[in-house]
Design a binder for this molecule. Structure first.
Ligand code: OAD
Ligand code: ZN
Length: 234
């Protein structure tokens, strides 16, 4: 096995669960009876913009009441102390990784703290509620929407991700059910590249058998332990 130099980490809702943000597919994952698949679509945004905006307004507002947990902090420590390549790819739209201090980070599914102009594509920081019809500062259109990658839309920064996975020696998946592509397919790309692959999750995920190793338990315990190991071997 080659030495680990470049690491790619994929995180999902499970990493923020212990901060009090409900996961999508676990208990409490429904919102007023709606499945996330019914709210996070371009069709839903067209049919009922008020509902979709409200869904994200509530999630954005909830961020004020949560703080990063030990898993976010451990990943931020890794980001600071790992001398090799590192990219944290999060599917989460919360800002807990960056609040913990991570910087080598990208949000593949967008972010609650951002608004996207459906007319010109500009993205701007967003705090507070974003009512439908809010105006874009760049082009003036009343076309701002939550900056969230909906089902059927293309995730952000795929070129950078393809490049990072294509150069990684270790791929780590943390707190994700492996239900949503393309992120669920990253482990296959990493395997094709010959990288070591490890999953840290509360339970076995949809793609568990594709990982060299699965460690099962809460992220707040598994992630600090894994980070300590990897930094000790650096
Ligand atoms: P899911 O809700 O599908 O999966 C969360 C995973 O985290 C599950 O496998 C849980 O077992 C695990 N988990 C729960 N609590 C945990 C804990 N304390 N420690 C470790 N693991 C824990 O969430 P995602 O896989 O992130 O997309 O969902 C992927 C995408 O689906 C989301 O990014 C979202 C949603 O549609 C968009 O918003 C566009
Ligand atoms: Zn615009």
């Amino acid at each position: 096995m080659r030495a680990t130099r470049n690491i790619v980490i994929l995180t999902g809702a499970g990493v923020s669960a212990e901060s009090g943000i409900a996961t999508f597919r676990g208990p409490g994952g429904l919102w007023e009876g709606h499945r996330v698949e019914d709210v996070c679509t371009p069709e839903a945004l067209r049919a009922d913009p008020a509902l979709v905006h409200r869904f994200y307004d509530l999630r954005r507002a909830a961020l004020a009441g949560v703080v990063p947990n030990a898993a976010h902090h451990a990943l931020a420590t890794l980001d600071r102390d790992w001398a090799g390549g590192l990219l944290i790819v999060t599917q989460n739209v919360d800002d807990l990784h960056e609040r913990a201090g991570a910087t080598r980070l990208l949000h593949i599914h967008g972010a609650l703290g951002s608004a996207l102009c459906a007319a010109c594509g500009a993205r701007a920081p967003q705090t507070g509620a974003l009512p439908p019809g809010s105006r874009c500062d760049s082009c003036g259109s009343a076309a701002l929407r939550p900056d969230i990658v909906f089902f059927g839309e293309i995730p952000y920064e795929m070129d950078r991700i393809v490049e990072a996975i294509g150069a990684c020696d270790l791929f780590v998946s943390i707190g994700t059910s492996g239900a949503v592509y393309p992120a669920a397919g990253f482990v296959e790309w990493a395997n094709d590249r010959g990288a070591a692959t490890i999953e840290l999750n509360l339970e076995r995920s949809a793609g568990s058998e594709q990982f060299d190793e699965s460690r099962l338990g809460p992220a707040s315990e598994l992630v600090p332990a894994w980070v300590a190991e990897i930094l000790a071997g650096q």
